[in-house]
Design a protein around this ligand. Structure first.
Ligand SMILES: O=C(O)c1ccccc1N[C@@H]1O[C@H](COP(=O)(O)O)[C@@H](O)[C@H]1O
Length: 243
């Protein structure tokens, strides 16, 4: 049997109808990269097997891009992980109805844990929990509110049957300063569930370093700014992780 390789999830974050990248997830720090549908189709053409699609307005509570995000998801032939503002029955049903492969819950896992546990119980593998952290403190509502301790929450979610975690180091996100490998190792040591790494990837060497963590439980990596800033191409990245 061949060893699993790191999955790559190029990111398209949507704000006010545009593909953007933020720095440290701070509202107002965005650089715009044009049409999110064009960006998503470009990653698909380059060979992506996954798209990480975020409705930033829904995450920040500044409106939403639900219709556009649903249109993009439906236009994709590849797997889509959908995030941002999925916090109640209606938003979850709408997100799942787009045909996305899975959704990420962030704020809901912190503020309405019973509802998140019910979503996990009902939808299993189609639910991932986004653990967005500064140090070991979880953040919600567009990373503006505090949501408790990372490891306590992880233990609770493990006991509720959470299938997978998407771990973002807010201090690294959008900074091109390399992923927080220590954090990822610590999270992998604390759970037997797969972990998707997010934040800070800047180079092909970062992808090699993350590939080294696959045996520990890192299943995938979300790549955002590095692709938009052309630090490397998606084709190059896919070649590195498949080597
Ligand atoms: O992806 C970002 O850059 C980002 C920045 C600021 C806030 C959220 C961000 N993204 C993702 O949104 C979901 C959380 O949304 P919610 O809390 O469930 O509404 C999570 O996946 C974040 O990583």
């Amino acid at each position: 049997m061949t060893a699993p390789t790191l999955e790559l999830l190029p990111a398209v974050d949507v704000r006010d109808g545009q593909a953007v990248r933020l720095v440290h997830g701070v509202s107002g720090s965005e650089t715009s990269y044009g049409s999110p549908l064009d960006a998503a189709l470009a990653w698909q053409r380059s060979g992506a097997e996954w798209l990480h699609l975020v409705d930033l307005d829904a995450a920040f509570g500044t409106g939403d891009n639900r219709a556009l995000v649903a249109e993009i998801t439906r236009a994709m032939d590849i797997k889509v992980e959908l995030s941002g503002g999925i916090r109640d029955d209606a938003s979850l049903a709408a997100a799942l109805a787009t045909g996305c492969t899975r959704v990420n819950l962030g704020t809901a896992a912190l503020e309405t844990p019973e509802w998140a546990a019910k979503a996990i119980a009902e939808h299993g593998d189609r639910i991932a929990i986004g653990l967005d952290v500064r140090g070991t403190t979880l953040k919600g509502r567009g990373w503006t509110s505090e949501g408790g301790d990372l490891y306590e929450t992880l233990a609770r979610l493990d006991s509720e049957g959470c299938a997978r975690y998407v771990v973002t180091d807010i201090g690294k996100d959008g900074t091109l300063t390399g992923p927080n490998l220590e954090l990822l190792k610590n999270v992998c040591a604390a759970t037997d569930r797969p972990v998707v790494a997010s934040g800070g990837i800047s180079s092909l060497d970062d992808l090699r370093a993350l590939s080294d963590l696959v045996p520990l439980g890192v299943e995938g990596a979300i790549v955002g700014k590095a692709l938009y800033a052309k630090a490397f191409t998606l084709e190059e990245a896919l070649k590195v992780v498949s080597a």
